[in-house]
Design a protein around this ligand. Structure first.
Ligand code: ZN
Length: 297
């Protein structure tokens, strides 16, 4: 038997880029492409790989820019091997299906990390925010300040997510949602630039790099916390016309858009995490994703 590789790469590999050493600082891991189509996240990871050699590091940075190559080359969220959502099956299973084995391998790869930042995208209609478990773990407030992305959204808490399972075992972890990705792999360059800046600020804040030209953590007053995201769906077939943008903060009663001539009102103060473009929308389809403001006492 001989094996012919007619195209590289194999879809059951991932690449790990490592910078620095563990000597005198924390270890941080950045993952991207757990969902294959989420390309702004992947682009940010590759930019970090390009930029990090310009800094002297204390501690260690590991970057896995495309975790799920099978899904990446299929331009889909999930792997065509088994259609499992990789971010619902951590810590995985070494004897399971392709995605289960991948989850197991990534889980092992990230065990020594003090921090895990899992980069994702929430679609071309989306915006930039941190998915957090601030209501369950006090340390998430500190991490949110170190990341410094203004909007924090409470995770719906689905088990099997890398960041959530990592938090359960005492690691500092967050999931970043960035504009771009779905439906067919768009990189939002402006978002990427913003996210890279925030990631260097995080690295500075946790002591992995020292740079006077990079900001450190932001004040808690400069962050806005929200409950988990709800979907506002069309209750009839009609033309949806948005009047606001994703990433905008709204007050209760603000007009978010119209479905034919019916105004869609903000149900409470909160954040538009995503809003569709004008389109003919069918009954039951998504128009807006909205997260209610959370008041910190
Ligand atoms: Zn994702």
């Amino acid at each position: 038997m001989k094996q012919i590789t007619f195209q590289s790469p194999s879809l059951s590999t991932y690449d790990v880029y490592e910078f620095g050493d563990n000597e005198n600082g924390p270890e941080i891991v950045f993952t991207a492409g757990i969902h294959g189509v989420e390309q702004t996240a992947i682009y940010v990871a590759f930019q970090l790989i390009e930029l990090l050699p310009n800094y002297s590091l204390k501690g260690k940075v590991k970057i896995i820019p495309i975790v799920n190559k099978a899904a990446y080359f299929n331009r889909t969220r999930t792997s065509p091997y088994d259609n499992l959502d990789l971010n619902r099956i951590f810590p995985g299973d070494k004897d399971g299906s392709q995605s289960m084995q991948l989850a197991h391998a990534i889980w092992q790869e990230t065990r020594a990390a003090d921090y895990i930042i899992d980069l994702h995208c929430c679609g071309e209609h989306g915006s930039n925010y941190v998915m957090s478990l601030y209501q369950d773990y006090e340390a998430q407030y500190k991490l949110a300040r170190q990341i410094g992305i203004k909007h924090i959204v409470r995770s719906g808490g689905a088990s099997g997510q890398l960041f959530l399972e990592a938090c359960k075992v005492g690691q500092q972890a967050a999931l970043l949602e960035l504009k771009g990705g779905q439906p067919d792999g768009m990189v939002d360059l402006e978002t990427a630039k913003f996210a890279i800046k925030r990631m260097f600020s995080l690295l500075n804040s946790i002591g992995v790099i020292e740079s006077n030209s990079v900001e450190t953590e932001v004040a808690i007053e400069d962050l806005i916390f929200h409950e988990n995201i709800e979907t506002i769906r069309a209750n009839q077939h009609g033309f949806f016309n948005p009047e606001r943008h994703s990433g905008e903060h709204c007050y209760k009663g603000d007009v978010l858009g119209k479905l034919d001539n019916v105004e869609i009102l903000a149900p409470y103060d909160g954040l538009i995490t995503a809003i569709n473009y004008p389109r003919y929308t069918f009954s039951g389809e998504r128009m807006i994703r909205y997260a209610k403001l959370y008041e910190i006492n």
